[in-house]
Design a protein around this ligand. Structure first.
Ligand code: SF4
Length: 375
């Protein structure tokens, strides 16, 4: 039998494990604090535990299921992409982005993806497998350790040594104040979170737990390609996690081509689910729209999108994302003029609309570029 994985184990489960090992319950709370507050990656670092317990944890439990295979940093050092191998050899990618006042980690929820979106590198891998909750949580803890290693005086450019021994030069001065860990989390890496809903939800609860990592629900965003059952489950879940829905087209004919799952959940049903989410949670929804030159970026398509969203009176925000290039793809990124013209149509219709400033395009770490070393 595999060793129990400590990441994403609930505190009661951890207490039960420790009880079975003849340990008092408070040891579980110590370990929880070590994992999620001190960000310990190794039992040896848990110096408030007895030596014998540290050794038992090292031999009979799995702490970090991720092995760093490769990491790349953008030229300014503010975006870092990590390629990890999981215990069965499957690989995934995670992206960390540092901003002046926050650090955001983009987490993968599956290795590969079955959704087949025509503009996305991950789709070329197909679905290899769902990630466990612990494998998702581990990505956040890796990013947090990276951020902590960057906590240099805010006025000095600096370099950071990660736990894996790599060194990456970063304009760490971009951080106006040192951060202790990642401040924001987006489930927008490889995979469709709602196709792995139960494990994804376990990871969310683990990260949200006030006794553990204690990340606020409003600091988390989940992005879905429009799986209606997942949107409706989230609407009833009672946690104010931000919801982003990838739309990418104003009509079903085009969306069927770009996002094949649209044949199962057409736009009308996706927007109805979004409306339910808004009514039940009182929160707005973000619609993501990747702009591909000549495919979905015409002004008449912007007008159709504006009318569609206005007709539903959805409380929403539209996020335009100029498509990020993939090697060998016949698609082209919309030029800035077309992007701004598209945006202007939506704004003129009274919609809140922004253009996403992409990070890490040169290291294939941007939206739609993650291929986990497999493509
Ligand atoms: S865009 Fe998202 S849902 Fe579509 S194939 Fe890529 S990872 Fe999967």
């Amino acid at each position: 039998m595999d060793n129990p994985s400590l990441y994403a184990m609930t505190l009661p489960d951890l207490e039960a494990l420790l009880r079975a090992w003849g340990q008092p319950a408070f040891r579980a709370r110590q370990i929880y604090r070590q994992l999620y507050v001190n960000l310990a990656a190794d039992p040896a670092a848990m110096t408030d535990l007895p030596q014998a317990l540290r050794e038992r944890l090292a031999h009979e439990a799995t702490l970090n299921p991720l092995r760093l295979v490769r990491s790349q940093s953008s030229a300014d050092g503010l975006t870092r992409k990590a390629l990890f191998a999981l215990p069965d050899g499957v690989q995934i990618e995670t992206v960390l982005m540092i901003y002046a006042d926050r650090a955001t980690v983009c987490v993968s929820t599956q290795a590969g993806c079955a959704m087949g979106c025509s503009f996305c590198a991950t789709a070329t891998l197909g679905l290899r497998r769902n990630l466990t909750a612990g494998e998702m949580v581990a990505q956040v803890l890796w990013a947090s350790r990276e951020v902590r290693s960057l906590a240099v005086p805010a006025t000095q450019p600096g370099h950071a040594h990660s736990e894996e021994g790599a060194t990456w030069w970063g304009e760490a001065r971009a951080l106006r104040r040192p951060l202790e860990r990642v401040s924001n989390l987006v489930f927008m890496g490889m995979g469709e979170p709602f196709a792995n809903y139960d494990r994804w939800w376990d990871a969310v609860q683990c990260l949200h737990n006030p006794q553990g990592f204690n990340m606020g629900a409003r600091s988390m965003t989940v992005s879905t390609v429009g799986l209606v059952p997942g949107i409706l489950r989230l609407a009833d879940a009672g946690l104010p996690i931000n919801l982003a829905i990838s739309l990418h087209a104003p009509d079903d004919a085009l969306r069927n081509e770009l996002v094949p799952v649209n044949t199962r959940y057409p736009i009308r049903e996706v927007l109805a689910a979004a409306q339910t989410y808004i009514e039940k949670t009182g929160r707005r929804v973000s619609f993501e729209y990747v702009l591909i030159q000549g495919r979905n970026d015409h002004p008449h398509q912007a007008l159709a999108l504006a009318k569609l969203l206005r007709s539903q009176s959805l409380i929403c925000h539209v996020n335009l994302i100029p498509w990020n290039p993939l090697p060998g793809s016949p698609l082209a990124r919309s030029d800035l003029q077309r992007v701004h013209a598209f945006q202007q149509v939506l704004v003129d219709y009274g919609l809140a609309c922004t253009v996403r400033v992409e990070r890490g395009v040169e290291i294939a770490a941007a939206c739609g570029q993650l291929a986990g070393g497999g493509a």
